[in-house]
Design a protein around this ligand. Structure first.
Ligand code: UDP
Length: 239
């Protein structure tokens, strides 16, 4: 029998960089497949899964505008980058037999279905993984904010933020041996101490709707599932 979990519906947020593997740009198909298998193993537990994938492996609006591009145009390019990542993940999930829909905040009917909240909820009820692409559809936002927005709209119980490390630390654990991991940390502490979990508008939106953010390591094989079945380590941002 599948292990028990108390979660019924969650949103997994990963950055675009998570799909790069060892490359410095773009998509590494074996890495995408590895993450798809992580998602499948949680899907196999009967959990309804939403996903938001960033676009930073391809394009970031701020980088473009720092090099002289008009900011909103650069942001739209960033949003389009998230659609490519979403399509790659859809393809990898379908290869594993997981039904899946890419749902885009910017209409492109030939590529993916438009965001219609009730329709997305229906997909989840039918156990289809919903990948929300194109961020919020608005410039000046990030995919962290998009993840928080969609998690609220879909009534997810938590956002699972997959990172390179197994939680939130008081300082960068990649650089400091004595960095300490929090088991639990409040939204306000994350904001006050600039703990870099997600950007400030995403944290505030989560706080105002009491949506917990679970920070865990996606590099750890079986990491996502280990949080769901209660055996893994993580930091819970809430309260
Ligand atoms: N973006 C945007 N509005 C949104 C979400 C994303 O304008 O609602 C743009 C923004 O330019 C951003 C890029 O898309 O830099 C890629 O998203 P993000 O930086 O969040 O990706 P990640 O860092 O998670 O890979």
């Amino acid at each position: 029998a599948a292990p028990e979990t108390t979660f019924k519906r969650v949103l997994l947020k990963i950055s675009g960089e998570a799909l790069m593997g060892d490359a410095s740009y773009g998509l590494n198909p074996p890495t995408v497949e590895r993450i798809a298998r992580e998602v499948k193993s949680v899907h196999d537990m009967g959990v309804e899964i939403c996903m938001v994938i960033g676009g930073g492996n391809i394009f970031r609006g701020l980088q473009g505008s720092a090099q002289g591009m008009e900011r909103t145009t650069a942001d739209y390019m960033g949003m389009l980058a998230t659609v490519m990542n979403a399509l790659a993940m859809q393809s990898a999930l379908e290869k594993l037999g997981v039904f899946c829909r890419v749902i885009t905040a910017i209409r492109m009917d030939e590529v993916a279905e438009p965001y219609i909240r009730r329709r997305a909820v229906r997909h989840l009820e039918k156990k289809r993984v919903c990948i929300f692409a194109a961020g919020t559809g608005n410039p000046y936002f990030t995919t962290d904010t998009a993840a928080t927005l969609r998690a609220n709209e879909m009534a997810c119980e938590a956002i699972f933020k997959g990172t390179k490390v197994d939680g939130v630390y008081d300082k960068d654990p990649m650089k400091h041996d004595d960095a300490k991991r929090f088991d639990e940390v409040s939204y306000d502490e994350v904001l006050a101490k600039h703990l870099g979990v997600m950007d400030a508008s995403a944290i505030a939106l989560a706080r105002d709707n009491s949506l917990p953010i679970i920070v865990f390591s996606l590099d750890e094989p079986g990491g996502f599932r280990s949080i769901l079945d209660g055996t893994g380590t993580y930091t819970r941002v809430g309260g």
